[in-house]
Structures are given as C-alpha cells and as structure tokens.
Design a protein around this ligand. Structure first.
Ligand code: FUB
Length: 311
C-alpha cells in the first residue's frame, strides 16, 4: 500500500513515517471519518454505526446513537476518548431517531466546535428532516456541550467547516446537492446566503470536504456516478467557488458498500485520505469501518488517485 511504501522510504531516509493499520478501529463500527490535527496528535471524529436491536434503530438502515472521538500520534495506536455526544442530550433532536450522521470538528480561538447532523423532533423522513447542530468544548476530546437550537437556515446532512487563512470560516453541507455559506465569527450562525454548487454531473452527491493547499481550494465529495459512491473533487480560487470538476480521488469500493465518506488532512508532512468501507461487516454495508491511506499531488496541484489498502 502507499502507506507501507512510506514506511520503507521513511526507514531508508532515517525518518519515522507513520503508517496506518486498516481498518483503524476494530472494536466497534465507525464511518464518515473527519480527521483533524490538533497539537501533535491526529483526532478522528467518525459516525458510530451500531447494530439495530428490538426497539433501537431501524433494521437494514444506518443506526447511530452517539459519537466517539479517537486520537493517535502515529496512525497505528488509537486512543478511544469515549462518547462525546449522545442523541439523548441534544435538546432539539429526535432522541429516538438513531440518526447521528457524519460529523466534523474544528478549532477556533482555543474552542473546539463539533458539527453534527441529526433528525429534528417531529421531522419527517428524508434529508429534509435533518438539521445541523453545534456542540462546544475546551478540548478536542470534549466534553462537548450542545447548543439549544440547530443552525438557523440550514437543512441537510454532512456538515463540513473550513477556516481560510484570513480567519473566515465557511460551512458546507449536503441535501442531494452541496451547499456552502460563510459563518459568523461565533461559528454558530450563517453570515451569508447559502450557495448551491452546480457540479457538472448527474447523480447523488453528498459529504463535502473542503481544504486549501498552495492557493488552490479543493471541494471534494462522494458521488454516485453508477451504483455506489466514489470520491471526486473540484478545484477553485475561492472557498465559495466557482469550482471546476477535476476527477476521481477513489473509485467505487469493490466490496459494493453503497457509501463512502472522507476527509483529507496533512499530518507530520504527509497528506492522508480518511474514508470508510465495511471490512468488519462484509454482509451489511451500514456497519462500516474507517480507514486511511496516504495521498499525494501532481506538480500542477491535481490529486493522484488513491488505491484503498487491504486489511
Ligand atoms: O453515515 C450516514 C450517511 O452515510 C452519511 O451522512 C453519508 O455521508 C453517508 O456516509
């Protein structure tokens, strides 16, 4: 795998390149990994898939009651910091929905902001029943205190927050399409009208993840081009676009898992793609497992395709 290659190169160069043992977490199901570097550790905020039981969740569907956060200094040894937020503690959420879907977390001025989508009390089925909440902590591992209300003016799933070099924060989310808007300095309210990104393709898209490298803004996202999701990206000169579609980061999984959901982060001078598959549950694709592989760029800033490593 590319990560193993790094280890061997690292040995020759006398450096300590880190590598990941995939899947990253093996004692529970995890999905939708957002990886963030805080200090000298990498923190991963995933969804937490569980197996539905009588009266808890819906058979055959996604079931998530809470979130854990995991951290590591080497991508191999992971610390589970335990539950950082439970559906029953979110004032505005339907606490019986088991819909704590793909989250994100970010630091601003010494506070940690955790963004999560879940079903509102009394809401109908479907993505229009989801809002996005924020919970705040003094440390990356929590404890996170949820706000009383979700973010006004946002309906949908898969929140992602990007803070530009000038300190301006942006919120992205999805509801069949990808939306983005500026955030106020308090990180809790929109500061501009949501913009819809028209990416030149047909088929379902979700899970936006935006980052910047050498002046290029990357809007990356899962897209169902055929049967299941593959990871694609577009680039632009501004966090709110316009974005030009550039290609595929990771092909559809050969395992047939319907979703993929990812984040991209630089840690100790190496870029990584975090994503998920269903290595620990090959027969049920709603019990997923997070993974990571190294990622690199061409000289023109375009991304090289990542081959998923096997276990
Ligand atoms: O994990 C539930 C949903 O599946 C996420 O919100 C989507 O991105 C997909 O991974």
């Amino acid at each position: 795998t590319t990560i193993l290659k790094n280890v061997f190169f690292g040995m020759f160069l006398g450096t300590s390149a880190a590598f990941a043992q995939n899947p990253l977490i093996t004692d529970q199901f995890t999905a939708d990994p957002t990886a963030r570097v805080f200090g000298d550790r990498i923190y991963v905020y995933p969804s937490h898939d569980i197996v539905p039981t009588e009266g808890e969740g819906r058979a055959g569907w996604f079931n998530m009651a809470d979130y854990h956060v995991f951290s590591s200094e080497n991508l191999t040894n992971w610390t589970d910091h335990g539950v950082i937020l439970d559906q029953k503690n979110v004032p505005w959420a339907d606490s019986t929905a088991y819909s704590m879907w793909a989250p994100d977390a970010i630091e601003k001025d010494g506070k940690y902001y955790f963004y999560f989508p879940t079903r509102r009390k009394g809401a109908s089925d479907g993505e229009s029943g989801f809002s996005i909440g924020v919970a705040i902590a003094d440390k990356p591992q929590g404890p996170f205190i949820p706000q009383e209300e979700p973010i006004e003016g946002v309906v949908g799933i898969d929140p992602n927050v990007f803070i530009d070099n000038d300190g301006q924060a942006y919120l992205y989310w999805s509801r069949d399409k990808i939306y983005g808007a500026k955030l106020k300095n308090n990180m809790l309210e929109l500061a501009s009208e949501p913009k819809v990104f028209t990416l030149p393709q047909k088929g379902h898209i979700e899970g936006p993840f935006v980052f910047e490298r050498e002046g290029i803004y990357y809007l990356t996202y899962p897209h169902v081009a055929d049967k299941t999701e593959r990871l694609e990206y577009a680039t632009g000169n501004d966090p709110l676009g316009p974005f030009k579609h550039q290609g595929v980061i990771m092909d559809e999984s050969p395992t047939g898992v319907w979703t993929n959901h990812h984040s991209i982060v630089e840690f100790k001078d190496q870029w990584y793609l975090f994503y998920h598959d269903a290595d620990l549950s090959p027969d049920f694709d709603k019990n997923r497992s997070i993974k990571a592989d190294s990622l690199s760029f061409n000289e023109n800033g375009l991304l090289k395709k990542v081959e998923p490593s096997l276990r």
